[in-house]
Design a protein around this ligand. Structure first.
Ligand code: NAP
Length: 246
């Protein structure tokens, strides 16, 4: 059977692996950030490769026939490494690139380059801010300790942010619009800072914000290398089948 390496860390990657397993030898690669990742259903390897060169060596040593980048759209380093390594090792590569959410009528979006830019734009007046961000992106908010923060993450934020008013919720998506609307209302949220992840699993807060008139600071997506891409799991399965057709 042909070997596929999927760069994962997303629900899409897990589903993709499940759909390709059986017909192909599939290995899923995780960075190792999440303390208790959900079961992936296929063999998993964990940890960085050591840059593009390390990944290229892995592709050669393990006789990988197809590399699939199914990482999160904000994981720009590994995506850049994937494209470079595939070229160096002469291994075909495809990607699962979920389309970004588009602004809808009624959305109160401000597009920002980074979490730090959002911190500045929140302003001096104390606000109640929902941060739907990973641990790494939370630190800039310590510079704006006048706001009350509601922080939702998969793993505990350790150490907690050095701000006087922060509430932490541990939860793993998918999240519904009704659930997120209740959350925004219960905590009196008047601003959200979010990535533009695309897909339905984390769209609840965006739809709820629209319904409630809550302002959303959307962090722009980083540029990613141009690989043949599927917009969802099924389209990426078809691309993989095509790439590995005898
Ligand atoms: P990143 O900045 O693009 O990558 C940093 C380094 O982590 C890479 O250079 C690589 O190390 C290692 N790495 C990343 N993804 C890997 C993978 N799937 N398998 C093996 N090594 C990996 O990535 P990130 O933004 O920190 O994201 C890390 C992981 O979390 C990714 O798997 C991503 O899909 C997932 N994730 C990220 C976000 C997000 O918002 N960034 C959200 C949800 C899930 P080496 O250079 O040593 O190979």
């Amino acid at each position: 059977m042909k070997n596929i390496l999927i760069l994962g860390g997303t629900a899409d990657a897990r589903q993709l692996a499940g759909k390709l397993a059986g017909r192909f030898d599939v290995t899923l690669s995780l960075a190792g950030r999440t303390e208790n990742p959900v079961a992936q259903g296929v063999p998993v390897r964990v940890g960085g490769f050591g840059g593009a060169e390390g990944l290229a060596a892995y592709l050669r040593d393990n006789r990988v026939d197809l590399l699939i980048d199914a990482t999160h759209p904000y994981a720009a380093h590994i995506s850049a490494n994937a494209a470079k390594a595939a070229a160096v090792a002469n291994v075909p590569a495809i990607a699962l690139r979920r389309p970004a959410w588009e602004r809808q009528p009624g959305d109160r979006w401000t597009s920002v380059e980074s979490a730090s830019e959002a911190v500045g734009l929140l302003g001096a007046r104390p606000r109640r801010v929902f941060l739907a961000l990973g641990r790494q992106e939370l630190l800039p908010f310590e510079a704006a300790s006048q706001h009350a923060y509601l922080i939702r993450s998969v793993d505990p934020v350790e150490p907690p942010l050095a701000v006087p008013d922060a509430t932490y919720i541990l939860a793993r998506g998918p999240f519904s619009e009704a659930g997120d609307r209740a959350l925004l209302e219960t905590h009196g949220i008047d601003a959200i800072v979010s990535k533009n992840s695309g897909g339905q699993a984390t769209y609840g807060k965006i739809a709820a914000a629209r319904a409630l008139g809550v302002e959303v600071f959307i962090i722009r997506r980083p540029p990613l290398p141009d690989l043949p891409s599927g917009a969802d799991v099924d389209e990426t399965v078809r691309l993989a089948d095509h790439a590995l057709a005898p």
